[in-house]
Design a protein around this ligand. Structure first.
Ligand SMILES: C[C@H](CCC[C@@H](C)[C@H]1CC[C@H]2[C@@H]3[C@H](O)C[C@@H]4C[C@H](O)CC[C@]4(C)[C@H]3C[C@H](O)[C@]12C)C(=O)SCCNC(=O)CCNC(=O)[C@H](O)C(C)(C)COP(=O)(O)OP(=O)(O)OC[C@H]1O[C@@H](n2cnc3c(N)ncnc32)[C@H](O)[C@@H]1OP(=O)(O)O
Length: 385
């Protein structure tokens, strides 16, 4: 696989860093999740552990912190998900670790970044989205801004952008032989993803000042979801005139009898009209009308229905592990060296402590000493972070 042989240490954290580690693992990296010992507080389950192994290490004990320093000496990448200052307090800041291993890529995945007014503040996806400016654009007219699950800041602007940063730094390291520090702020990650929004605001005049009145933010009747007679929904994205024409035809309407597509003042009325038509047929009936057209109308599927939809099945877009759990397969698909995601169950905390330490050059005696010092754990408990 593309990242075969790459050694990654992922310090256990909430949602974004586990995704970053999982992406690297899916594409072949050997990812070790460094867990807190199972007796420690603040436990919650890691559901993005595909292909990872678990090493339970108490970083608050000097012997545990020293062990991580040694591990970093042989690793390619460290993913660190704590707010600024935590690693420095543990004596594990980038100056220390990069001095010991100048090839190390030290990825710091935080909400607010390593500097600035909020660098040491707690926060979650919705807060980062707010500070990026993007949240102000999300939501319907006359309603409060709305954060769509924690997909945008945590996963897109956080986990994915951080993984991209790691891959860029690895590419550069192949030339320079040197590692570096990645300051991956989710505020900036999600702001970066919104570059189109920034540019199109001025250059294309796409956005009204008010949320929910524009082409792509639920203002337009041809870029909207509509409820069907069986309580399901259809998603319409018929932007270009050619596709809009097919959409109107599928609804059984005549474009000559309708206002122009881009007549913004008519949009609210058009929406009502389309809504009343969609409400007359089931989702399946609308699919049979639109499926073989370019009207850009697709059923809104539940996760289960998405996994069993013909198109997704034809592409094997969702996979099953050996416990029978479904999940999305890694994307994108590389032609020669595609990801080969693990089918094994997620690791228990400390399940691989000994084998990992041996692999990284610790002797059996050193491991026994770490254990008697209570700096590591071997127990096979349910995977908690
Ligand atoms: C919206 C999302 C978050 C979604 C997460 C939810 C899915 C889960 C959150 C709560 C879970 C529930 C809860 O746990 C209760 C139940 C538990 C049960 O087991 C399961 C059901 C639960 C209901 C459970 C269900 C779900 O799992 C939850 C609902 C996000 O936005 S995620 C993005 C968050 N932001 C970031 O990641 C940015 C960077 N990080 C931070 O800003 C902070 O880490 C953060 C997130 C604000 C947390 O702050 P905190 O004070 O807790 O941590 P830090 O300041 O970073 O310091 C970490 C300290 O821990 C020490 N430490 C770390 N590793 C070790 C180790 N191996 N050994 C020893 N000690 C360790 C470290 O030294 C720090 O200690 P100090 O503070 O003393 O320096």
């Amino acid at each position: 696989m593309a990242l075969g042989g790459l050694r990654v240490l992922e310090l256990a954290g909430l949602a974004p860093a586990p995704l970053c580690g999982m992406i690297l693992s899916d594409f072949g990296a050997q990812v070790v999740r460094v867990d807190r010992l199972s007796r420690s507080a603040g436990a919650h389950q890691d559901v993005q552990a595909r292909g990872k192994r678990s090493l339970a290490l108490d970083l608050k004990r000097p012997q545990g912190a020293a062990a991580l320093r040694r591990l970093c000496g042989r690793a390619d990448v460290l993913i660190e998900p704590f707010r600024h200052g935590v690693m420095e307090r543990l004596g594990l800041g980038p100056e220390v670790l990069l001095q010991e291993n100048p090839r190390l890529i030290y990825a710091r995945l935080t909400g607010f970044g390593q500097t600035g007014k909020y660098a040491k503040s707690a926060g979650h996806d919705i807060n980062y989205l707010a500070l990026s400016g993007v949240l102000s654009k999300l939501g319907r007219k006359n309603e409060n801004p709305y954060a769509p699950v924690n997909l945008l800041a945590d996963f897109a602007g956080g986990g994915v952008i951080c993984a991209l940063g790691v891959v860029i730094a690895l590419f550069e390291r192949a030339r320079s032989g040197r590692g570096q520090v990645i300051d991956a702020s989710m505020v900036e990650g999600v702001a970066y993803l919104s570059s189109f929004l920034w540019k199109s605001q001025k250059l294309l005049g796409l956005w009204s000042e008010t949320r929910g009145e524009s082409l792509l933010d639920s203002g337009a009747p041809f870029y909207e979801t509509y409820r069907t007679s069986d309580g399901k929904f259809m998603a319409v994205g018929a932007i270009e005139p050619l596709f809009y024409k097919q959409f109107i035809k599928g609804l059984g309407l005549n474009s000559d009898e309708l206002p122009a597509q881009m007549s913004v003042s008519d949009w609210p009325e058009m929406k009502k009209k389309f809504a009343s038509i969609f409400a007359q047929k089931t989702q399946a009936e609308w699919c049979s009308i639109f499926d073989s057209t370019d009207a850009c109308v697709i059923p809104v599927l539940s996760l289960d229905d998405a996994a069993s939809h013909q198109h997704n099945k034809e592409r094997s877009s969702f996979i099953k592990n050996d416990q029978g759990e479904m999940s999305p397969r890694p994307a994108p698909v590389l032609s020669r060296t595609p990801a080969v995601p693990s089918r094994k169950r997620d690791p228990f905390i400390g399940e691989h402590t000994e084998e990992i330490l041996l692999e990284y050059g610790f002797t059996k005696q050193e491991i026994a000493k770490l254990h008697s010092d209570k700096a590591i754990e071997f127990k096979n408990l349910k995977a908690n972070l």
